[in-house]
Design a protein around this ligand. Structure first.
Ligand SMILES: NC(=O)c1ccc[n+]([C@@H]2O[C@H](COP(=O)([O-])OP(=O)(O)OC[C@H]3O[C@@H](n4cnc5c(N)ncnc54)[C@H](OP(=O)(O)O)[C@@H]3O)[C@@H](O)[C@H]2O)c1
Length: 296
């Protein structure tokens, strides 16, 4: 029986006499495959190392190849798991599609997708930036790219069920003003960050309903407050928790049995998100807008 690291079921049995042909770049037949976006740094990096040490095949993602390959090396040197780096900039929908295409072409399973890549409030919170696709940068990097990546990868996740999607949101949540989602009228980095994080949670609740009965679950969380990572330190933030706390909270959504779907957690505890995330009309508006903005 193949190993069952996280999800209570083994990897698909290899056919034949056990003389399987392993594809080293996409993990072996008994490894669960986990994509962690934004795993070249911060909490995503620490999570990837932990998953590797638990024996998973971890797909490392980020923009920085050197840091990505370093994470791969550390996982492979430890020997329990395996890893591979795929570069893509979440500020480009084309690059997100290419990332998904590589995975769809080269992997026959994906057990867990952790949408973790993120950009913080910024060192200069008055500076409004736009993505390569002309979208407000934080809305694209923190939310729209995860929306797009998730939908592109859904066929593989469905085929790999039981599978999980974990959306790393935050306690900072500001309701979306649907008349100015791109924050063209008035901009500040905190609002941009917090509305993108609320969008991730709205998306989580909406997708959970769509995926009911498929064996693919989707949950969101606030991992921990003010961990000492690049996004916090670059704006002079005072750390209030350890990166390990956030890793533990995400791991809980990756591997806890009978977790259910469409839930929001604060750390390892069930929590309540901002009121707007429970608003059906806001969900519908965000869903339609997201299809339009990602050009899908
Ligand atoms: N730190 C906290 O206290 C805290 C609290 C609540 C929630 N969170 C959430 O936890 C997740 C991980 O955050 P973190 O604190 O670990 O952040 P971090 O250390 O700044 O790491 C961010 C990751 O995202 C990638 N990334 C992709 N596009 C990026 C872009 N345009 N700008 C910056 N980074 C980009 C970075 O890799 P490349 O540079 O290689 O692309 C990196 O791997 C985020 O979703 C964040 O919102 C963090």
């Amino acid at each position: 029986m193949a190993a069952a690291l996280f999800l209570g079921c083994g990897a698909p049995e290899a056919e034949g006499d056990g003389g399987t042909t392993e594809a080293p770049r996409s993990g072996s037949a008994d490894q669960e495959v986990i994509l962690v976006t934004g795993s070249t740094d911060g909490m995503g990096r620490a999570l990837a190392l932990e998953l590797g040490s638990m024996g998973a095949h971890v797909i490392i993602h980020g923009r920085n190849e050197e840091r990505g390959e370093e994470v791969v090396r550390l996982i492979e040197e430890e020997g329990a798991g395996s890893a591979r780096f795929i570069r893509a900039d979440p500020a480009s929908f084309d690059e997100v599609r290419a990332l998904a295409r590589t995975i769809l072409d080269e992997y026959d399973r994906l057990d867990v997708l952790v949408n973790n890549a993120g950009i913080g409030r910024g060192a200069d919170q008055t500076l409004r930036e736009v993505s390569q696709d002309g979208r407000e940068l934080r809305f694209q990097v923190n939310y729209l790219s995860g929306f797009l990546l998730t939908h592109e990868l859904l066929p593989l996740l469905r085929a790999s069920a039981p599978a999980r999607i974990v959306n790393v949101a935050a306690g900072a949540q500001t309701p979306i003003d649907f008349d100015d989602v791109m924050l063209e009228r008035e901009y500040d980095g905190s609002t941009a960050y917090a509305q993108s994080k609320l969008a991730q949670i709205l998306f989580t609740f909406d997708l959970a309903e769509e995926l009911e009965g498929t064996g693919v679950t989707v949950n969101a969380l606030h991992p921990a407050s003010m961990m000492p990572t690049t996004m916090v330190l670059e704006r002079g933030g005072e750390p209030r928790s350890e990166i390990e706390e956030g890793v533990e909270a995400v791991l809980n959504l990756v591997k806890a049995p009978d977790l259910g779907s469409g839930r929001y957690f604060s750390g390892t505890n069930a929590g309540r998100a901002h009121d707007q995330t429970y608003d059906e009309e806001a969900r519908r508006k965000l869903r339609e807008l997201s299809w339009e903005l990602t050009g899908r």
